[in-house]
Design a protein. Sequence first.
Length: 301
Amino acid sequence: MIHFLALLGVLSISFSAVFIRLARVSPVAATFYRAAYAIPVLVVISLANRGRDARTRREHLLAFAAGLFLAVDLDLWHASIALVGAGLGTVLPNVQIVFVAIVAWLKLGERPRVRTIVMIGVVLAGVALTSGLGRAGAYGTNPGRGVALGVAAGLLYAIFLIVFRESNRGLVLPAEPLLEATVGMAIGALLSAGLDPQFTLAVSRQAHLWLLALALVSQVMGWLLIAIALPRLPSVETSVLLLVQPVFAIAWGVLFFAERLSSVQWLGSAIVLAGVAVLSATLASQNSLSGENPKVLLCEP
């Protein structure tokens, strides 16, 4: 049952980029409505589970602050999707594991393993290949800029993960911290609206439907299922499941939008995903020795 919930959660999140492309709204508008439509549902779930876990004021504030970082992450991610497509746009931010690994080394005070350093180099090489290296046939309206935004989104998502994890340690169902982070996300979107020249809240009825699907399927159902299931699975199985999201996102990009990556971009995507799998497994094993739990919400949203 846990495996099914984990797979369903990861699969739900794999549709995020699809909903973004179908909505056809500005990056910040997508971020705002994803939060706005999710908040009422998360309020109901949080009220139903209130009193089960005691949290400090600091943890409440951390969850809200995490949402501010998540807003910037999503703004960048949505912009990258417009430039390199749903599939490649979902692969790139998974480099967040590199930034999470660096923080883990600093926190644990350990020297990084040679294998880990090599894998980081491999992932970065894969990222370079996903840009198409300026060759003809590379998919995307601006692959180089799209890759840069995707990597920047990965950095912001890593910061979100680290802060958000501190706000919900030990919770069986982190609905309340997810609600607080989502509120922070909505406010963060409004604060960043001035940086999006195409921002407007006046979107079409069809766009509202796709954004509602994004909020309910990805922001609520996907994240909650992942938060429940992944901590209960072995590290190796978690690493494999984490690959399902970008792999399916690539498949959806091909099926729904006829996204055709160049051979160089396909190679880069494969290298990035393989490197991310190895790094996530290594990080999980290191943290398990120190009593940490790095598995929750490692998927790009």
